[in-house]
Design a protein around this ligand. Structure first.
Ligand code: FES
Length: 103
């Protein structure tokens, strides 16, 4: 993704929830962690399961397939089997809209 694109309304991403959106050829998960909205690629870096089906608790996301846990604010792996961090994207808020852009 080379430029910012509008993907959702702020009201679509309520605290503690995730929303799967399309941005060009990529599927991106938006998550509201209370103090911020974050964005990361839907593809788990371990074996490519959909992270949107994972369990979110605060800033921690557990992948539904093999249990890797990630900090969605930083992207870091908290526990494996994944060895690779999340692919994250920049967020821009404009009025009621959420835009995502290059990491
Ligand atoms: S695909 Fe996510 S932990 Fe294996």
């Amino acid at each position: 993704m080379k430029k910012f694109v509008k993907v959702a309304k702020k009201a679509d991403v309520t605290p503690g929830k995730m929303k799967l959106v399309d941005a060009g050829n990529e599927q991106i998960v938006l998550a509201n962690v209370g103090i911020a909205i974050v964005a990361f690629n839907n593809v788990c870096p371990h074996a490519e399961c959909d992270l949107a089906f994972g369990a979110l608790e605060g800033e921690e996301l557990e992948c539904d397939c093999h249990g890797s846990r990630f900090n969605i604010s930083t992207g870091e792996v908290l526990s494996g089997p994944s060895l690779e961090p999340l692919t994250r994207y920049a967020i821009r808020l404009e009025r009621d809209d959420i835009l995502v852009g290059p990491a």
